[in-house]
Design a binder for this molecule. Structure first.
Ligand code: SF4
Length: 563
């Protein structure tokens, strides 16, 4: 069932009308691109641009002197895997057409920031020439499909990644506008009846009510925060260790809005087991439930998680069975025991090596002491490892011949990237979204604020004898939750300039939501709020008990109001 324009519900958000009026998503993007005077796209076109992987933004640091328009461009990169040539191309494109940084995203992709309108065309053509795309990296479609970055280098891991790529391809929108505008450099001919009548075979004329996120996980490692996805596939091994199928989970999501109780983070529910050869049809069926039942009146309440919350899991299972024409089996047992990335060298199943590199706040850049961008470029150019991006904003250099281990270590160190000392456990477990100065939705600092805050929390832990403690800390500049703060042991969520909410109580395996502890705390008071808690934790914790587990056991029992 797709929704024709004249069958749209009577009260729909303006974005629904826009999509319905231009289902090729072309808008007037090509015309504006060709206009040498204009430095920006219209508000309507900025909605279409998202489907092309582009956000129109302005540098918020410069707003006092007027708006300076810049774009953010995001890759669609299923499983976060780049060949050496693709990584080097992105490195060069960032230098030539963006702000000479690459941002690893929380969905295993790369973002280019600070792109001027005049550089958009060359940048996206360059991305296309390296056999990558930005189509559907943003917008009301299936977003980047994520898959375990540290998956074993064996058949099992390869099959899971192959399924991620298969689904990404199957659920990609089919609009001819992307190729026409960015690759051929011409506007779509809207006089052509085929173009005028275009309707995407999967998404129809109005696409999805909002974004849709799919992930894969291989227990016991939950490095994709699988329960935060709209649709997740948890790989299940048979007795012979081969991939047998997946448990489907559905209805997860992080985003919420301040002061709007109808919006909330939600963990996905376990729906059942499917054989691995049915993964594409199941993903498609879950997506079409979102397409057909997701809210189209209020974009803040338009995610699949609200369909699940409003209609119930039993209804969802029945609807899914009906669409599939078969029932899922009982879910198989599975267990997650950790979430975070491993840093440093480790041996792959095939005898080669992988190197985990912590990228603070996900920003690959050159600074005075640590020239991460140059270091990676030189290593990738010389040794040609596969580059894997992680959902925790870090990266892995994989498929490395062991004979290069020492030379790579030395080369990185020459540029200040010391892989034997990549920061404290606390710092390595931290994540921040981009927020200011580029994200238009940021209410408070995030990427630019977290490193210093972590330094202060490190000092606090040292004061209380907890210097070797790992605590997952995530910060976002607004409640949309791009860095998934509601799964962290400590989450900071921007409320206003210099003010944050504190959320406490996630767990090490990223399978428990935290709860609001304090609202609207001034940034300079964050440590004062945490000090009594950390002091008590140091005193009262059980053997081996994590901070988040202590919060859930002790604090939540004392303060059920936060429940
Ligand atoms: Fe922007 Fe909010 Fe996402 Fe941060 S969480 S990047 S502020 S939308």
């Amino acid at each position: 069932m797709t929704i024709p324009l004249n069958d749209l519900p009577s009260k729909v958000s303006p974005v629904e009308l826009l999509k319905a009026g231009s289902p090729t998503l072309a808008g007037t993007i090509a015309q504006t691109l060709a206009d040498p005077v204009s430095d920006r796209f219209s508000d309507n076109d900025s909605q279409f641009l998202k489907f092309h992987g582009i956000y129109q933004q302005d540098d918020r640091d410069l707003r006092k002197t007027g708006k300076t328009y810049i774009m953010m461009v995001r890759l669609r990169l299923p499983g976060g895997v780049l060949t050496p040539a693709q990584y080097l191309a992105c490195d060069a494109l960032a230098a030539r057409h963006a702000n000479n940084t690459l941002r690893v995203t929380s969905r295993q992709s790369l973002q280019f920031h600070g792109v001027l309108k005049s550089n958009l065309g060359p940048l996206i053509r360059g991305i296309h020439e390296t056999l990558l795309s930005t189509l559907a990296a943003c917008g009301d479609v299936n977003r980047n499909v994520i898959a375990p970055p540290s998956s074993p280098a064996d058949d099992f891991g390869r099959q899971v990644h192959a399924h991620a790529r298969q689904i990404a391809l199957a659920l990609a929108p089919r609009t001819p506008a992307y190729h026409s505008i960015w690759i051929d450099g011409v506007a779509l001919n809207l006089e052509d009846p085929k173009t005028r009548e275009f309707e995407d075979p999967l998404y129809g004329r109005t696409y999805l009510p909002r974004k849709f996120k799919i992930g894969f996980a291989i227990p016991p490692v939950n490095d994709c925060d699988i329960l935060s996805n709209c649709c997740g596939f948890i790989a299940i091994a048979g007795d012979n260790g081969q991939l047998r199928g997946y448990n489907l989970v559905a209805g997860g999501g992080m985003g919420r809005s301040h002061g709007n109780e109808a919006t909330f983070p939600r963990l996905a529910d376990v729906m059942g087991f499917l054989p691995s050869d049915r993964v594409e049809e199941v993903a498609r069926a879950v997506l079409t439930i979102h397409r057909d039942f997701g809210g189209r009146a209020d974009r803040k309440h338009a995610r699949l998680k609200y369909v699940l919350a409003d209609r119930g899991v039993a209804w969802f299972r029945e609807e899914l069975d009906r669409r599939l024409g078969f029932k899922l089996d009982e879910a198989r047992p599975f267990q997650f025991d950790r979430q975070g990335d491993l840093v440093g060298w480790r041996r792959q199943a095939d005898g080669r090596l992988a190197l985990g590199i912590f990228v603070e706040t996900g920003r690959i850049k050159d600074q005075q002491e640590v020239r991460m961008k140059t270091a990676l470029r030189e290593v990738v150019r010389k040794f040609e490892p596969e580059v894997r991006l992680t959902p925790a904003n870090n990266l892995l250099l994989a498929q490395v011949d062991p004979e290069y281990q020492e030379e790579i270590t030395r080369l990185l160190a020459a540029h200040g990237v010391r892989i034997h000392s990549q920061g404290s456990l606390l710092r390595r477990a931290s994540m921040a979204c981009v927020s200011l100065p580029t994200c238009g939705l940021g209410l408070a600092e995030s990427e630019r604020c977290l490193p210093d805050l972590i330094t202060r929390i490190e000092a606090l832990l040292a004061e209380t004898g907890l210097e070797d403690q790992e605590i997952t800390i995530r910060m976002t500049g607004c409640p949309n939750g791009c860095a998934r703060p509601y799964l962290a042991e400590i989450g900071f969520v921007g409320k206003a300039p210099g003010r944050y909410q504190i959320w406490l109580g996630g767990n090490a395996s990223s399978t428990r939501l935290n709860r609001l502890w304090r609202d609207n705390v001034i940034e300079t008071n964050l440590i004062a709020e945490l000090r009594p808690l950390v002091t008590r934790y140091a005193r009262e914790r059980a053997a081996g008990e994590s901070f988040g587990d202590w919060v859930a056991r002790v604090l939540w029992a004392e303060s059920p109001a936060t429940a």
